[in-house]
Design a protein around this ligand. Structure first.
Ligand code: AMP
Length: 537
């Protein structure tokens, strides 16, 4: 039967069949909120009716500036389910970027958490396209804003509405969600997801060979719902029957630990910096992660030391994953296999350092500068190209098609692929270091450097060198109170990489700059140290 895929069907299914699983939220206003998928569906239908009364129609963009909470979850389903498009905005972007995005997308309404009301007050004169702002809270917590006197209260908005709403039927290729990438140069670019792409991605992502979700899982997405839809968890958890634990605004080690321990979370998802904070906290209180089975690490390369800590100290299986906004985001996953289960420690570390094998639905290949395929021998570096039904075919309202070539999407990453299909990211193509015609992976050097006990964060950039074009420079943030010298770090790396990969120098800084999605802002680091080797020689 030619039944179109529709996001609203996910929640209808979960409300009927996932009656044992709960959605738990650490609320922005304080306290814990919990309800069932059935409750979520009833409130989502009230919200869909409320959107209709706000004159929201199919194709309208409705934006959110919000943490991971049950209200944000309701917006995911109500907006897309009624045929409009949920546009999740990253509040960590610069104000100018948020202004650009809201105007580019022509967002009709903005739903905002209490935390971000001041942010909107500051930019309100520049977002005239927005017809109204809804604050995601109840009457008791509504802010009184002089600058934004007409704020609408979420709970008041949905309270009078009916719990009956017939989801409209439309083509499964109808747009459902919109996310902007936060590149380091130029304006952010919009990626549009359809009902079809979102469902296919969610079904593939929850399988045991990917994120390993099922009815026994209580999944805690630390990855924000404003960053590629929290890696699709709001869609894949209800399909799998899993419960969800939303951390709200509490991303620090202590808040996360309290929630993981209190709610007995089984599956965690987030970027390495978040796990660093969590692991440091657990070490400091001699805590445990006894309820947790898997931790999905993605967004940046997972260092070996972090994976060993999870696996060998806390008994948690680290699932290294790779993807990007343009891919909904799931591309590859380093999941459990029989081979990995019986491998010795060194073999296991070597495999888990890789970003894994393509998930079902994604094809990957590496190519040279002429887009000619390169061998999958685990050694040859090439531009990583992908294709599949949840990968973007272009950017929203943008004519730049340079990354979309011959039916493939150029990810901008450089990688190797081994004969068993395991892909390993070498670098972003603009970050790879070109020294005397050979390539050096900044990511691999960083991963080794953070293995040193005195190192909190490491960044490696290639900077101009009079003899070799570029040479690596290692920039280190030391752990509080820890001491280590440049020479000591260089010696530490000697047996880990080829001699000519060794950074020529090491500098120490108090902090490193990051992008809005927590990645190292290497453009800034490179320009800061651009003359380092030129002035030395
Ligand atoms: P974003 O679109 O903001 O999610 O960023 C996607 C980019 O993050 C990818 O193209 C990679 O460069 C990087 N990335 C994501 N996951 C990983 C990973 N596991 N290891 C290394 N880099 C990663």
């Amino acid at each position: 039967m030619d039944k179109p895929l529709n996001i609203a069907d996910i929640l209808e299914y979960a409300a009927t069949f996932n009656t044992d699983s709960q959605i738990v939220t650490r609320q922005v206003e304080g306290g814990i909120h919990r309800y069932s998928y059935g409750d979520a569906l009833r409130r989502t239908k009230k919200l869909a009716n409320a959107l209709r009364s706000l004159d929201v129609h199919q194709g309208d963009r409705i934006a959110t500036l919000a943490w991971n909470t049950y209200r944000h979850f309701e917006l995911y389903y109500a907006i897309s389910g009624m045929g409009a498009i949920i546009h999740t905005i990253n509040p960590r972007l610069f104000a100018e970027q948020i202004i650009y995005i809201v105007n580019h997308a022509e967002d009709k309404y903005l739903f905002v958490d209490l935390t971000f009301v001041p942010l909107l007050e500051a930019i309100k004169d520049h977002i005239a396209v927005v017809k109204g702002i809804v604050v995601m809270t109840d009457a008791a917590h509504m802010p009184r804003s002089q600058v934004l006197p007409n704020l609408i209260c979420y709970e008041d908005l949905i309270a009078p509405e009916s719990e009956d709403f017939a989801w409209p039927e439309f083509d499964e290729r109808t747009a459902a969600g919109l996310c902007y990438t936060s590149g380091t140069t130029g304006n952010p670019k919009g990626v549009m997801y359809s009902h079809r792409s979102t469902l296919l991605h969610a079904i593939s992502a929850c399988r045991s060979s990917a994120l390993n979700l099922g009815p026994m899982s209580r999944v805690l997405p630390v990855v924000p719902m404003f960053h590629v839809c929290a890696w699709g968890i709001p869609y894949s958890a209800p399909i799998a029957g899993a419960g969800i634990v939303f951390p709200g605004a509490g991303m620090d080690g202590a808040s996360l630990y309290e929630l993981i321990d209190g709610e007995k979370a089984t599956s965690l998802l987030g970027v390495p910096t978040v796990w660093l904070g969590l692991l440091n906290y657990i070490d400091s209180i001699k805590g445990n992660l006894d309820s947790v089975e898997d931790v999905v690490i993605g967004g940046s390369a997972a260092p070996r030391s972090m994976m060993e800590k999870f696996q060998d100290v806390y008994g948690v299986f680290p699932i290294h994953a790779w993807g990007m906004t343009e891919m909904s985001p799931m591309g590859s996953v380093c999941a459990r296999t029989p081979y990995l289960a019986q491998a010795d420690k060194e073999t296991r570390a070597r495999i888990q350092a890789k970003q894994g094998r393509a998930v079902f639905g994604v094809e990957m290949r590496i190519v040279d500068d002429q887009d000619q395929p390169l061998p999958h021998d685990g050694k040859t570096f090439g531009k990583l190209m992908v294709r599949g039904p949840w990968i973007a075919s272009g950017y929203y309202r943008n004519d730049d098609r340079s990354a979309f070539r011959g039916g493939w999407f150029d990810t901008g990453d450089v990688s190797t692929i081994d004969p068993a299909g395991y892909m390993q990211i070498v670098d972003r193509s603009k970050d790879v270091i070109k020294s005397g015609g050979e390539w050096i992976s900044s990511i691999e050097l960083e991963n080794h450097a953070v293995g040193h006990p005195a190192v909190a964060e490491a960044c490696v950039v290639g900077i101009p060198h009079p003899r070799w074009d570029e040479r690596p420079l290692l920039i280190i943030v030391r752990k509080a109170g820890a001491q280590v010298s440049a020479g000591e770090l260089q010696r530490f790396l000697t047996d880990k990489v080829a001699k000519w990969w060794l950074p020529d120098d090491v500098v120490f800084v108090d902090a490193l700059p990051h992008t809005a999605t927590g990645k190292l802002l290497k453009t800034e680091v490179r320009s800061k140290f651009a003359n380092h080797y030129l002035t030395q020689s």
